[in-house]
Design a binder for this molecule. Structure first.
Ligand SMILES: Cc1ncc(COP(=O)(O)O)c(C=O)c1O
Length: 394
């Protein structure tokens, strides 16, 4: 095809993709994506022509020493530190679907190594479907606890489900349970009481019994927000009984698609290792070839935007969210708006965009407005309720 014709066709398709910065571009309300940061786009372009392949894991001691593999190790370990890991492994994934698949795979294999015959995944009815997908791929049974009055996975529901599984197991049999908590539900932004759930698991592990336990946290939504808006919410490796976490920098981390990050406690990745004899390394990841340019782009934001930059973005998001709340109250005096300080947004603008936003732009808001049945109409916001030790599942 002649270049001019090719360009015309590509331009036509590009025009069909919504943009971010023009006045007539759509406003994303509470949508799980961001306008990518210019620095990430620039860095991606800078490395893409060399087409570096980051296949494999680069956080092992002695690995990730050069080029984009080094950038991946540094970015991933910085994010692990943000989530209070003492020692972690991890890698850049295509997103949270893959990161959750990686977590459940490591969990399943670790539980099997601890002699669990049957392995069950326990989550809430509001859990993102990526958990059901991972359970299906891995051939695991899925049990969904009804979300409690708080619209979250409650520790009491986990306790009851564990009692039930204990009662079902015959003497001498071990049942493995992978509990999946969520730090930022897709529809509401609510955050499970991860510390309470981890507390239940710690108690059950200390009591012995026939259950073997693993805990994965889906922090696709909240993982890049809560450390900056509500650092006191303990959804992460502060809990000894959190074994793995997935983050999604392509949601609120200002990264373009596809960029997730899988993290787990050091010592666990080996449960997913497959030798790659032709290439001479151990592959602990789900994917094979991976983009080194994407890892470089992530590194540029982790160290270039850094905590201060992300804090500034989310401060802006909170302010815009509050303006929207005021507008809802003004438009509907019966509305009950329940804000939460911790979970402002699922689609923040980048700092450059933030600075350019008109005062009333709702581009960075994530209010969750719901009409409840009954005489009093209710509008609620996403409300996160409030969002290294033993490496082996217990
Ligand atoms: C809570 C949660 N988990 C997982 C995912 C899946 O993320 P991804 O599309 O990056 O695989 C989403 C996507 O919106 C999500 O909201």
């Amino acid at each position: 095809m002649p270049k001019r014709e090719l360009d015309a066709l590509l331009d036509a398709r590009l025009a069909e993709v919504p943009g971010w910065h023009a006045p007539d571009d759509p406003v994303r309300l509470g949508f799980a994506m961001t306008a990518p940061h210019d620095l990430a786009l620039e860095t991606f372009g800078r490395f893409a022509a060399r087409n570096p392949n980051n296949v494999g894991l680069h956080t092992r001691f002695g690995d990730g020493v050069r080029g984009t593999r080094r950038l991946e190790r540094e970015a991933v370990l910085a994010l692990a530190g943000l989530l209070h890991a003492d020692a972690a492994d991890g890698y850049v994934t295509s997103g949270a679907n893959e990161g959750t698949l990686a977590g459940l795979r490591v969990g399943r294999n670790a539980l099997r190594a601890a002699d669990a015959g049957r392995v069950v995944v326990l989550a809430s009815t509001l859990t993102h479907h990526s958990v059901a997908k991972a359970a299906e791929i891995l051939g695991l049974e899925l049990r969904l606890c009804p979300a409690g009055p708080s619209w979250r996975l409650e520790a009491a529901a986990v306790e009851a489900a564990l009692d039930d599984l204990t009662a079902q197991s015959s003497a001498g049999d071990r049942t493995g349970v992978i509990v999946v908590s969520t730090a930022g539900y897709y529809n509401t932004g609510l955050v499970d009481p991860v510390d309470e759930i981890a507390g239940v698991l710690a108690r059950r592990a200390a009591d012995g019994g026939n259950l073997r336990l693993f805990h994965h946290v889906d922090a696709a939504h909240g993982g890049m927000i809560l450390p900056f808006t509500a650092p006191e919410v303990p959804f992460d490796f502060r809990n000894a009984h959190v074994h793995s976490i997935v983050l999604d920098p392509h949601k609120s981390g200002l990264m373009p698609y596809s960029c997730g990050v899988f993290l787990c406690r050091k010592g666990l990745m080996g449960h997913g290792a497959v030798p790659a004899p032709m290439s001479g390394f151990l592959d602990e990841t789900i994917t094979g070839s991976r983009s080194g340019a994407m890892a470089a782009a992530l590194w540029s934001l982790v160290f270039g935007v850094a905590a201060d930059g992300y804090r500034q973005v989310f401060r802006h998001s909170l302010a815009v969210r509050d303006r929207l709340a005021d507008a809802i109250r003004a438009a509907d005096p019966d509305a009950v708006v329940l804000p939460h300080p911790a979970t402002p947004s699922s689609s923040p603008a980048s700092p450059t965009r933030a600075a350019a936003s008109p005062p009333n732009s709702p581009s960075a808001t994530a209010w969750w407005a719901t009409r409840c049945p009954g005489p009093r109409r209710t509008a609620r916001t996403r409300s996160g309720s409030s969002t290294t030790s033993t490496p082996c599942p217990t």
